[in-house]
Design a binder for this molecule. Structure first.
Ligand code: MSP
Length: 511
């Protein structure tokens, strides 16, 4: 049976425009989705927008439009961003869709039927920007006297009737679950944070609000709207057709991976599995939390005016260069700094020079010296075999690394082969063989073409457009670009299209 794989991004708040932080989570998830498809798996890749709650209601009011109209506009912008960054989602869910509202209400009913929801009153701190409740002990006071939560978001004191989820009762079961599933939260630093948070004891969680209206009504008590995080997390099952557990899509549950930023781990790794278990559903298999980007050393913020739209970057540098940079620059779990100079350097050295030139040199030699015909494979020399074996081993290595969301290491593995191939071409000097040993020249160029084919295949999830162009130039048929197809050599003698550079060097006046 084909292996199934369900991957998700967080659903993005529609209070503001998409920026590189959002693109980052989506591109990372996209690379995994594309890799799994290349591997022949049946993938369901979900993204979408989180449209309810006080924060969105407030942003709409500031813009002077109704929340729904505002959400429609910003959600469309996120969809456009995903499209332009090459995010190959299978479904884009919006929490204002009827399918979501119905499924979410049913999740509530199941949690209530299990005795895990009760009516009380909430009194405490709330940060609208984070849509999160904080304990007194988590707060600090800013220089201007404003009380802020751990993220720096101002808090306000709220006091209102509220339904609660009996989270306190789930402490032991959650700890047992983490214990039995050591891979559930990654990287390990985040796992430790979550463990110590849960070990510290859990308070019941306020899961409804009465002080504003922009949310899903609580079943049976429409004075309340559901807490936006309960609403949002439910997207991962409502998109699969929940509550219809017989829907073909529902076979994708439990999710193989929720990719999230580090600030929202608690919601995914503590609240979400507890909600699901309370409703009698299986928790997801894994939550991976990545780090945060700053821009040129500073936190991205509207007030600093340094918020970067990934679409602008793509227009300037090419979509694939941006995708590559984001996953190459820092280890996935760590924070990183985005700089224009850093991006240009990687584009020019690693993409244009190391990989682009390698392909360009090899392919133009074939065009010029072999009448554009792919040379036959020949009995390999030791040097040939060494390079070909290193290339062949890439598929397995990258697969294992991507299963751990180690994008940077995966790219580093690929670049080891790129560098080895550059050394190989320099040592073999096929341009010189033209006059001395035509057969050997052909053999060398074929080794290079085969190595490039592996590279372009394993790199295609990262850089789909440019690697597709490279595969075109290598004569690899569009229907034979999966990992498994690498086992079948291309026939010698096929005509290759004229080579054209895949990564133009970027000459930056601003640097
Ligand atoms: N709506 C919630 C998620 C609900 S999921 C059930 C939310 N939305 S968000 O729009 O604020 O952020 C979504 C994602 O963008 C998070 O994974 C977050 O880490 C990521 N990023 C937002 N800013 C970021 C950076 N500056 N750097 C890296 N990622 C950041 O949270």
């Amino acid at each position: 049976m084909t292996q199934r794989c369900f991957l998700t991004t967080p659903i993005y708040y529609v209070n503001g425009a998409p920026h590189i932080g959002h693109a980052y989570t989506s591109i990372a998830a996209d690379v995994l989705a594309r890799w799994k498809r290349l591997d022949g798996q049946e993938v369901f890749f979900l993204t979408g927008t989180d449209e309810h709650g006080q924060k969105v209601e407030k942003a709409a009011a500031e813009a002077g439009v109704e929340p729904q109209e505002f959400a429609d506009r910003v959600s469309a912008d996120f969809r456009d961003m995903a499209g332009r960054m090459g995010v190959s989602y299978d479904d884009f869910i919006r929490t204002t869709e009827p399918r979501h509202k119905q499924g979410c209400a049913e999740l509530w009913r199941r949690m209530a039927a299990a005795g895990d929801i009760y009516l009380g009153a909430y009194e405490g701190w709330y940060a609208v920007r984070d849509e999160a409740f904080y304990d007194e002990a988590e707060l600090t006071t800013r220089a201007d006297g404003v009380r802020v939560g751990p993220s720096g978001a101002p808090v306000e004191w709220v006091r209102e009737p509220s339904y609660f989820f009996r989270l306190s009762a789930w402490q032991d079961r959650l700890l047992a679950f983490y214990e039995a599933n050591p891979e559930f939260i990654a990287p390990v630093s985040r796992r430790n944070e979550v463990l110590s948070f849960v070990r510290g004891g859990l308070n019941d969680l306020s899961i409804s609000r009465t002080s504003f209206r922009w949310g899903i009504p609580v079943p049976g008590d429409p004075d309340h709207v559901m807490y936006v995080w309960l609403d949002a997390l439910a997207n991962y099952i409502t998109a699969l057709g929940f509550p219809d557990e017989t829907a073909p899509r529902f076979a994708f549950w439990p999710a193989d991976l929720h990719l999230v930023g580090k600030e929202i781990v608690r919601f995914h790794a503590v609240y979400w599995p507890a909600f699901l278990m309370a409703a009698g559903l299986a928790p997801p298999r894994r939550v991976y939390s990545h780090g945060w980007w700053t821009v040129e050393g500073e936190k991205m913020s509207k007030s600093l005016g340094n918020v970067i739209d990934p679409r602008d970057l793509a227009a300037t540098f090419g979509r694939d260069a941006v995708r590559y940079f984001l996953l190459r620059e820092v280890p996935f779990g760590n924070d990183g700094d985005f700089s224009r100079r850093g991006l240009v350097t990687r584009l020019n050295t690693e993409l244009a020079n190391d990989l682009g030139n390698l392909a360009q040199r090899s392919l133009s030699l074939i065009a010029r010296n072999c009448a554009s015909l792919l040379p036959e494979r020949a009995a390999p020399t030791e040097a040939d075999a060494a390079l070909l074996e290193q290339a062949a081993a890439l598929v397995g290595r990258i697969g294992l690394l991507l299963d751990r969301q180690a994008f940077q290491d995966a790219l580093e593995e690929a670049w080891r082969v790129v560098r080895a191939a550059n050394t190989y071409i320099d040592h073999q000097a096929p341009w010189a063989l033209r006059k001395t040993d035509l057969a050997r020249m052909g053999a060398v160029l074929r080794v290079l073409a085969d190595t490039l084919r592996v590279l372009a295949t394993v790199l295609s999830p990262f850089m789909p457009e440019s690697m597709a162009r490279m595969l075109d130039q290598l004569g690899v048929p569009a229907g034979a670009r999966r990992l498994a197809d690498l086992a079948t050599p291309l026939p010698g003698g096929i005509v290759l299209p004229p080579p054209a550079g895949v990564f133009p060097r970027f000459v930056d006046d601003a640097v």
